[in-house]
Design a binder for this molecule. Structure first.
Ligand code: UDP
Length: 328
């Protein structure tokens, strides 16, 4: 008789968020049982609606800063709960600090209790407004702790520190991914990030709001590439932080122009004040991911943006319908 393979179970905090929901898809696709936990403050059930009837998918509505109880065994905990856009953490500064600190502590506690591996979603924001370019994992960063972004940056820096402490002191198997700007379906239309803002504005024929003179740069990763990198890191032996991002760098002004062109919009670009501490440059050095995970991004920005446009067309349409209904 064929030997039955042991079921693998993963807890994904922030499982109904942009990245958490794509990770849920990935692990379901790999045959895992997925427990997605989310307090739905920035996540949405619409992101996992297609998984709700699946017998290996479970959704638990919970704030991970409170005690987490998960019945049964766990092999892996992916800690992805956190507001993650500048507007979100400006609106929810205390929650952002709490989920990065208390939430990471609780998620690590579950991993320790279950003997599960733990993977922390960290961020390129730990490098702050970087003085080293491109950013390598051994760069310690240039972060303003008391600025508006400090609540996110310092929470994630604390999260990395407590993750390493659980690794060293409690022997928990830990992984840390430093995620660079990522885009794709299920981003919120109004989360204030550059891509949803520009696509939404272009599709509605509104002015495109570029902050500052648009010379600041970012490097955008398509969500499928990111999720593959995270999966490989989770399965690897690497416990030090690893950058996962697409090194293809672009100025925000050029990025806005690309979106105007792609959408065929007549929107014009206007310039607004640059938010404080907005990093001037950002580009990952991904040598480590290439060497240790055999990973590098595959999706070119042109192709990723075209795929993402289909999602945003639908999102803008639904939003318009909603506004019409509210207006009566
Ligand atoms: N940005 C912009 N217009 C917008 C939203 C964002 O010019 O409507 C800029 C923002 O100032 C930053 C870049 O786009 O320089 C990327 O912003 P995002 O919020 O997407 O990510 P982060 O700043 O966290 O990298």
């Amino acid at each position: 008789m064929e030997k039955k393979m042991k079921m693998k179970r993963v807890l994904i905090t922030g499982g109904a968020g942009f990245l958490g929901s794509h990770l849920s898809d990935k692990f379901i696709g790999k045959g895992w049982e997925v427990i997605a936990m989310d307090n739905l403050s920035t996540g949405s059930l619409a992101n996992v609606e297609h998984l709700l009837g699946h017998d290996r998918f479970h959704f638990v509505k919970q704030d991970v800063t409170e005690f987490i109880h998960v019945p049964g065994e766990l092999d892996l905990v992916l800690h992805f709960a956190s507001p993650a856009s500048p507007i979100d953490y400006l609106e929810m500064p205390i929650q952002t600090l709490k989920v990065g600190s208390l939430g990471t502590h609780k998620a690590l506690g579950v991993a320790k209790d279950k003997g599960a591996r733990f993977l922390l979603a960290s961020t390129s924001e730990v490098y702050g407004d970087p003085l080293i370019h491109p950013q390598k994992e051994d760069y310690w960063g240039n972060v303003n702790p008391v600025g508006m972004r400090g609540v996110y940056d310092e929470a994630k820096r604390f999260a990395e520190a407590i993750t390493m402490a659980y690794n060293r002191y409690h022997g928990v198997e830990t992984r840390i991914v430093r995620i660079f700007n990522t885009y794709g379906s299920r981003m919120r239309l109004n989360d204030g990030r550059a891509l949803p803002a520009f696509m939404g504005q272009a599709l509605r024929g509104e002015d495109i709001t570029v902050f500052g003179d648009g010379s600041q740069t970012r490097s955008f990763t398509y969500v499928d590439d990111l999720v593959e990198g995270i999966y490989r890191l989770a399965m690897s032996d690497e416990c030090e932080p690893v950058n996962i991002g697409n090194p293809q760098e672009v100025s925000i002004l050029d990025f806005a122009k690309e979106i105007v062109e792609l959408t065929g919009s007549e929107s014009k670009i206007v310039f607004k004040d640059l938010p404080s501490d907005d990093p001037k440059v950002r580009q990952p050095n991904i040598d480590k991911a290439k060497q240790t995970l055999g990973w590098e991004p595959k999706v070119k920005r042109k192709d990723g943006l075209a795929k993402t446009l289909a999602y945003f067309k639908d999102a803008v349409y639904r939003n318009n319908q909603l506004e019409l209904r509210i207006a009566g």
